[in-house]
Design a protein around this ligand. Sequence first.
Ligand code: S3P
Length: 455
Amino acid sequence: MRRSFSTPQVDGNFAMSTPAPAFHRAIARSGRALTGIVRTPGDKSISHRSIIFGALAEGVTTISGLLEGADIMSTIGAMRAFDARVERRDVGVWEVTGTPTPVSPGVPVDCGNSGTGVRLVMGAVSAYPVTATFTGDASLTSRPMRRILDPLRRMGVTATSTADGRLPATITSNGRLSPLDYHSPRASAQVKSAILLAGLGATGTTTVHEPERSRDHTENMLRAFGISIKVDGLSVSVTGPAKLRAAHVHVPGDPSSAAFPMVAALITPGSDVIIENIMMNPTRTGLFETLTEMGAELRKFNFRISGGETVADIRVRHSELRGVTVPPERAPSMIDEYPVLAVASACAKGETVMNGIHELRVKESDRIAATASLLRCNGVEVRERDDGMTITGMKTVPGGGHVVIRHDHRIAMSALVLGLNARATVSIDDASMIATSFPNFFRVMQALGADMAAS
Ligand code: S3P
């Protein structure tokens, strides 16, 4: 290893001080081994929640390590529209003064590209007497919202949307909702969170039952904001009416962002990289398990508690990967990682089978279709099914593809990572979406030695 392992070369959280340029095309090609130490940005799920909860809490919430990506900026804009004061004090350090009585925004609230932002805000403000219209970008306005609007209607919210249940949607609540006992058809933290947050404005106990456990950040953070919450197996309950109280939130590093330099190091010969400060919450680490089963050399160390979550550093070395069958019940703990897992699978020996991932069809893009086309245009064989795909790996992929990223940050980063182990340059049409979740992606990857550039 050429560089010392004492200080990270690049901290992926430095976003506002180093704004992402408004570029479009970007390329990646194979080159030297990746080496060094990096830190990925703050967790997106926890960052959204810290802003939303803080904006509705009594008192002043302080946040450190906030992800300053475009999605979070949309959520900050949304909560300001309801009259919360949200102010930046330093890099990643924010202060949120909650509004005890959110006002109805006079104009539509634009949640940009963020499904988490819009769904959680719709649920959270339903606990108050407000009327609000929500909209978003081309990707967000094509995503399904009935999964949130239908349970909110059952709680007493009046909600309208397009005929096929998409944005723009308008909700009106009188702030006195009925509690709900809801059996969710899918493991979705967005659905669970929206209903529980609305439940804070209901008189009585609201319970969400899930088929599998989805990420548990809402449960953990509601406790930190003074709410008593009951978890019983796959059922989570809150009893309202209940008020959030301001808290201090320290946001740990995002395992979903760490996945990109991690897979990059695994597939680039000679690589030896440390990624610091990665949240190890078991509802989020399915990818690390899967990569380990594929033969990845991942050494986790320096375990510590930070902001109520376990975090660790991970040393990743280039590894000869082999295909595996990913257990469908693991999907909720790695739901955002399938595109980059597909890239690792394309560079593994044998077939990797992924099933039970129909939800990927309604993410920022149809991620099964987008991932399949990302791989195919770079010469990788993929068999696509309604709820999954099978990828046939090879040592080095042909590459040479131009990937249309369909407004999807994770498709963009996955394509560029694939380029690091391709015979011909891989390009993408729009790198600007990467700022959604990983504003310093290029700087982090370049610091490790990746031949990647935006133009
Ligand atoms: C998230 C939940 C997941 C995930 C998304 C973030 C959250 O969505 O894909 O990126 O923070 O609650 P679903 O709830 O739709 O599974």
